[in-house]
Design a protein around this ligand. Structure first.
Ligand SMILES: Nc1ncnc2c1ncn2[C@@H]1O[C@H](COP(=O)(O)OP(=O)(O)OP(=O)(O)O)[C@@H](O)[C@H]1O
Ligand SMILES: [Mg+2]
Length: 589
């Protein structure tokens, strides 16, 4: 072992090591940089492992007028290597002065970071020593939630793609699981359509990517729960919004019963078909309703004299013609309870129903051109979990989804997956087993739809994902939350993350925020955040033995980077643009 000096003093938090002499220091310079590790003897076969925090040199003249250097290294203890074999992070025995100190060689570092056989999922190489891998405990890493943060361009998307490549078995553009596909299930919310390219291999590699975009996503409105329906159709700040809610709810439940007579206990949230057109008719009829007031009537009355005994028999199929209100003795009739109340509500419903961009939600059609009905629920669930085409990765491309329904889309998809995992787990629990098809949802650019600030527009997506953050783990559903503005993402979500990958962070508010999220013993390592290279990240959490700075390898294929080579493009000759094509796409022609 390579002895470099002795312990000079020791206190909880700092151990000072005196280096033997200038020659020793010069010979080991590289191994004595800040962040590197030393081992301090602790009896015969145990070592206290310390990390270097500060190196100080003093040069003084001796009595022969020669310059004499003295070096002191300030360190912090991180754990104990027991019997020179097993690293224990929790038990720290502090050494006493005069104990000999050695540099930590590869053999020791391997023990520090590799741990036992549980640590088998490879992440990257230690930045300080590129020969050493940092594997993480895969079960701990993926069973709980993971945060990936870093400023724009720091390498988040590449990091996520690399991790997922290792999960599904993609390496160097090849599908390593060609013959035996594994049981991994990942759903990615991709806001800029970056990931398609990272999971598209040439045909003979037979890697199936389940890619859902606005044209292929089947997300019928009738799967929305009460909250999602209301955030879609009702303006909560309108004066009579409670009437809108109660009548809409009533109409939806009645209509669900109408189309699903076999279900006995129908609720507003039961995921079965109802017709939004019919509900629209119902509300429109409530808005026009006139009540006959002759003796024995007191029921809604149509022009032809028919009395409406049961609204649900009349109001769903068409817009009815009512009698005119009158005070006359022979034709006395007055406005119904909601007459004229719903004008704005109805015009909003009309606008939404005729909006072509919302067809994927409000009028989705099967391949044969028919509507999705209750019995298609299974197919819809299979679609989200990659079970239609047996795909490990399902990519929900949010780039074409209109802004105003982004939150609903994310909310609906993630809630359906949560509910599926919940019910599947409960079934498994009944047989004394756990969810054996665990799922991970990756939220790219999470600040866009799970913001920290209370914002009505994102209430539903925030609620669905916060619920997964709080309860998902128990049902085999975990999250990977990716953001360039961690301080703007819901705190509830980050507080539930057990492992962090922090890439370069330049914004001060974000650095401070991320530091606070790190576990106690690792806040020191956060000081390097502003200085990291692309793809270099700090890994902390319960899946690693020691917090470490690592360099992630680049994935291949890479996600499609959004960065344009501006100067290179500007240096080219003048380029013509077909404006008509752009405008046509814009108008969705
Ligand atoms: N591990 C890596 N090694 C070397 N270069 C990398 C690595 N990861 C990323 N890069 C470089 O950084 C560029 C940006 O990476 P990436 O798109 O992953 O960043 P990002 O953090 O997702 O950015 P944004 O916030 O804009 O989405 C890549 O095009 C690549 O050239
Ligand atoms: Mg990115």
């Amino acid at each position: 072992m390579n002895n470099i000096g002795q312990v000079l003093s020791c206190a909880p938090g700092t151990i000072i090591v005196a280096v033997k002499n200038l020659e020793t220091f010069e010979a080991n310079k590289e191994k004595l940089q800040i962040g590197r590790y030393l081992q301090v003897a602790q009896g015969n076969s145990d070592f206290t492992i310390v990390t270097i925090q500060n190196v100080k040199g003093v040069a003084l003249y001796n009595k022969h007028n020669e310059l004499v250097w003295q070096f002191q290294i300030e360190c912090q203890a991180v754990g104990t290597l027991v019997d020179n074999e097993k690293f224990e992070r929790s038990s720290i025995l502090l050494p006493v002065p005069t104990e000999p100190v050695y540099t930590a060689e590869k053999e020791t570092l391997d023990k520090l970071f590799t741990g036992d056989s549980k640590y088998q999922f490879p992440l990257g190489k230690l930045s300080l020593n590129k020969d050493i891998d940092l594997p993480v405990d895969g079960d701990r890493f993926f069973s709980k939630h993971i945060a990936v943060v870093g400023s724009t361009g720091s390498g988040k998307s590449c990091t996520v793609a690399k991790i997922l490549h290792d999960v599904v078995g993609i390496k160097d553009n090849k599908n390593q699981n060609l013959d035996e596909q594994n049981n991994s299930h990942i759903v990615i919310f991709d806001i800029h359509d970056e990931y398609s390219s990272a999971f598209t291999l040439i045909k003979d590699q037979s890697f199936t990517l389940n890619r859902l975009d606005i044209d292929t996503l089947s997300l019928p409105y009738w799967l929305m729960n009460s909250e999602e329906l209301e955030s879609m159709f009702i303006e909560s700040n309108e004066q009579n919004s409670h009437n809108q809610v109660s009548q809409f709810k009533h109409a939806v439940v009645l209509n669900k019963q109408r189309h699903n007579p076999s279900i006995e206990e129908m609720t507003y949230d039961t995921p079965v078909y109802f017709s939004i057109e019919e509900v629209y008719n119902y509300i429109e009829n409530m808005n026009r309703e006139i009540i006959g007031r002759l003796d024995g009537e007191h029921k809604p009355k149509l022009k032809d004299g028919t009395l409406v005994e049961e609204r649900k028999e009349f109001y769903f199929d068409q817009i009815c013609d009512f009698v005119t209100p009158s005070q006359g003795k022979a034709d006395k009739a007055t406005n119904g309870p909601f007459n004229g109340e719903f004008n704005r509500f109805i015009s909003r419903l009309e606008t939404k129903l005729s909006d072509k961009r919302l067809r994927f939600l409000l009028d989705p059609k099967k391949q044969n051109g028919t509507e999705y009905k209750t019995e298609d629920f299974e197919e819809i669930m299979r679609q989200f979990l990659g079970y239609l085409n047996k795909a490990n990765i399902t990519l929900v491309d949010l780039s074409g989804i209109p802004f105003e329904v982004l939150s609903i889309t994310v909310s609906l998809v993630s809630r359906l997956i949560f509910d599926f995992c919940f019910h599947y787990s409960k079934m498994q629990h009944a047989n004394d087993s756990l969810n054996d098809v665990p799922v991970m949802i990756v939220c790219e650019e999470a600040h866009n739809y799970i913001p920290q600030k209370e914002n009505a527009a994102y209430r539903s997506s925030r609620k669905s994902l916060e619920r997964i953050a709080k309860e998902g783990r128990k049902y085999g559903l975990s999250l990977m939350v990716v953001s360039q503005r961690p301080s703007e993402v819901s705190e509830t979500i980050f507080a539930q993350c057990n492992n962090f990958l922090a890439l370069r962070l330049t914004n001060n508010a974000d650095q401070v925020y991320v530091k606070k999220l790190f576990p106690d013993n690792s806040s020191g390592i956060a000081d390097v955040l502003p200085n990291l290279a692309p793809g270099e990240c700090v890994v902390v959490g319960d899946a690693v033995l020691l917090p470490a700075v690592i360099q992630m390898p680049l994935p291949s294929p890479e996600p499609k980077s959004q960065s344009v080579q501006v100067h290179q493009e500007w240096s080219e000759l003048w380029r013509e643009v077909t404006f008509a094509d752009v405008i046509s796409r814009w108008r969705n022609e």
